[in-house]
Design a protein around this ligand. Structure first.
Ligand code: MN
Length: 257
């Protein structure tokens, strides 16, 4: 049987499961909140055009308003000043939107310390157990933060000193960008950087180094606990917004059962 026929048969038989890593998109979806004087994105919203009424008797439809960086979304290189000459979200090659993914589980560490930062040594320890990082693949960084995703205050976890959510250290972001074969990092939090990363040097290092290296980010993922440490195939589907810096995305993982 041809390879894709085998895959279709395995999907039908439940031998390959499709796990949805996407958060539902609604007005309640938590969004990033930057301090003054920075501009902020808007909440997702539906604007009803007709609902089987005089505006359209047989049909229901809406306009939507959304930020590019709202909910589960894809960061393109051009999102950051370090990647300003790189790809916009419509220019990301389709062949890179289907790629292997590995999962590093730091939920215990992030549960104990909301400012937990992943270091290269954590990833190197993972590779000793699970093998090398995948060429052209994703590192999905599980922190347990998806359990807070329906409560914006708990999800953003801000106090008078700013947001406290897990992320990557400066050195880890630089190392992933420059010394690993990964194409991107996916996280459960509102952005790929730690809540406190505005104070790092450089600020927001995950954005700065990865997007500057032509790599990508995925945020607000969920259900990473349903993926194996390695062996999943990730499908990330941002809209091809011409000139866009990112896009809300459906993100799916194919997993062998
Ligand atoms: Mn973003």
């Amino acid at each position: 049987m041809a390879l894709l026929e085998q895959l279709a048969a395995a999907l039908a038989a439940g031998e390959v499961e499709v796990v949805d890593l996407t958060a539902p998109l609604s007005e309640a979806t938590p969004i990033l909140q930057l301090p003054e004087p920075f501009a902020n994105t808007r909440h997702f919203a539906l604007h009803e055009l007709s609902r089987y009424d005089e505006r359209g008797p047989a049909w229901y439809w809406n306009d939507i308003t959304t930020g590019e960086h709202t909910g589960t979304h894809f960061d393109a290189p051009v999102h950051w000043v370090t990647g300003r000459d790189g790809a916009d979200v419509s220019q990301v090659p389709a062949g890179q939107l289907v790629a292997p993914a590995v999962v590093l589980d730091a939920a215990a560490e992030a549960g104990a310390d909301p400012d937990f930062l992943l270091e290269p040594d954590h990833i190197l320890a993972w590779t000793k157990t699970h093998g090398p990082l995948p060429e052209g693949g994703w590192l999905l960084y599980r922190t347990g933060w998806d359990s807070r995703a329906d409560d914006a205050a708990a999800f953003l976890n801000a106090d008078e000193t700013g947001p406290h959510t897990p992320g990557l250290s400066v050195e880890c972001a630089r190392w992933i960008a420059e010394e690993t074969p990964l194409i991107g990092v996916g996280v459960e939090t509102v952005g790929t950087d730690a809540g406190a990363a505005h104070g790092f040097d450089p600020a927001f290092p995950c954005h700065s180094f990865l997007l500057g290296a032509g790599k990508y980010g995925l945020t607000q993922l969920r259900n990473l606990d349903r993926l194996p440490p390695r062996g999943a195939l990730l499908v990330a589907a941002p809209l091809p917004i011409v000139g866009g810096s990112g896009s809300p995305s459906r993100v799916l993982a194919l997993v062998e059962r």
